[in-house]
Write a protein that binds this ligand. Structure first.
Ligand code: FAD
Length: 386
């Protein structure tokens, strides 16, 4: 229960969902909150250590079934994302990329052998995965990707490069999307394969408690069984993005909740002109508007989660959630920042870190503009992408 739960939305969750949420919240309180400001400042996070802890709790590939995965509902997974992101968007990204992008791609499109090889180790956090779709020259328009896959006897040769890849600097396996003669195909590429090199992207001003890398692929020779046999065409990576975006719809609310709770506590104790900031009408107007937006965002996330659990969630519906909840979470973080005054820009408080993180969340997994185009296409029947 959070003070921003004006509408008693908690009552819409069942006991198991509330219990999963408390377990993740406790983990974040113990293992993330005390350290995250320091990780953020140093631009480094103990990703392997965290992955093992998250794995022990069943958070990696949590909504998948079999192969050591927890098989939870989409709503339970969403609540876990919300609690993780209340700690930090970068920490939630570690879990989302592992479970919703890398593991999901192998789980949905991989051969039985690939699933046995990777998924149990990824579920425990012993192996870390990443997902390479974006390239230096191709972000919002992955259909134009330049990375090529060509057959050489029974083998495949991969050539090209991927950019902005979360987890890449610590990953054991990358799901790489490349254009072959017959269309876009996916490959499970062990990162120790000759010809693969990873460079960490430093000096990010956002998502600093997340490791991001560039992957160069220089005629990488892969055996035939590196191909994900079920993934044919761009719709395969796009389906993985739909999975991950659903987690973001919830996660962004976590960052916003942490900002709101911090701000409520601050405004209640900080005194100016002889009264707490919380007692000024202008402050209350800000707090009321933010709490209303947060509640609407939660209702939206829960509705989409229930649709996902009923097997009825459509990609453009996820776009509605991603567009709204990240945009509103960022607006909440910025507004909270104003209420903390100068302390709002200090790393002693989480607000500026959340606001900076949400800038990345706004851009990755489809920018706001791309989600507007998806929704616009659904409304009008006309594609305005190009
Ligand atoms: C921290 C971080 C982690 C990331 N992790 C991953 C990862 O793990 N794997 C991965 O594959 N990618 C990852 N990404 C990449 C991310 O998905 C891309 O940045 C995103 O898709 C946008 O691509 P771009 O940055 O090339 O921007 P561009 O595509 O160049 O877009 C720039 C601007 O133009 C707008 N624009 C583009 N096309 C149109 C259009 N048709 N109409 C109107 N406006 C348009 C965009 O909305 C945006 O505002 C990550 C990015 C960040 C910042």
């Amino acid at each position: 229960m959070t003070p921003v739960d004006l509408l008693d939305l908690d009552s819409l969750l069942d006991d198991e969902e509330r219990q999963i949420r408390s377990v993740v919240r406790r983990l974040v309180d113990d293992r993330v909150r005390p350290h995250v400001a320091d990780w953020y400042e140093r631009g480094h996070v103990p990703a392997r250590e965290l992955a093992r802890e998250f794995g022990r709790l069943g958070l990696l590939g949590m909504h998948l079934t079999g192969y050591g995965c927890a098989g939870s509902t989409a709503v339970a997974y969403g609540l876990a994302c919300l609690e993780l992101e209340a700690g930090d968007s970068g920490v939630r990204s570690l879990v989302s990329v592992q479970g919703s992008l890398a593991m999901y791609a192998i789980w949905r499109y991989g051969s039985e052998e690939q699933k046995q090889r990777w998924l149990p180790a990824m579920a425990t956090g012993e192996a870390i995965g990443c997902f390479g779709l974006t390239e230096p020259d191709h972000g919002s328009d992955p259909a134009s990707m330049a990375t090529r896959a060509r057959r050489d006897g029974d083998d495949w040769l991969l050539h090209g490069g991927k950019m902005w890849i979360t987890n890449a600097p610590v990953a054991d396996v990358a799901v790489i999307w490349a254009r072959a003669e017959e269309g876009v195909r996916g490959f499970a590429v062990p990162l120790g394969t000759p010809g693969v090199s990873v460079r960490e992207i430093r000096r990010k001003m956002s998502l600093r408690a997340s490791l991001t890398g560039e992957i160069a692929l220089d005629d990488v020779r892969l055996p035939a069984d590196a191909l994900l046999p079920g993934a044919a065409g761009l719709k395969a990576p796009l389906s993985c993005l739909t999975e991950a975006r659903h987690g973001i719809v919830w996660g962004a609310l976590g960052a916003a909740r942490d900002c709101l709770e911090t701000t409520l506590a601050y405004a209640g104790t900080r005194t100016q002109f002889g009264r707490p900031l919380a007692g000024f009408q202008l402050t209350q107007a800000k707090l009321a508007d933010m709490a209303v937006e947060w509640q609407k965002g939660f209702l939206l996330a829960l509705h989409l989660g229930r649709l996902a659990d009923a097997g009825k969630l459509r990609p453009e519906q996820v776009s509605v959630g991603k567009l709204n909840n990240v945009r509103e979470a960022l607006a909440i973080a910025r507004q909270c920042r104003t209420i903390l005054g100068a302390n709002g820009v200090s790393g002693e408080y989480p607000i500026m870190r959340h606001a900076n993180n949400l800038e990345s969340v706004l851009t990755y997994e489809g920018t706001s503009e791309i989600h507007q185009l998806v929704i616009g296409q659904r409304l009008t029947g006309l594609s305005a992408f190009a």
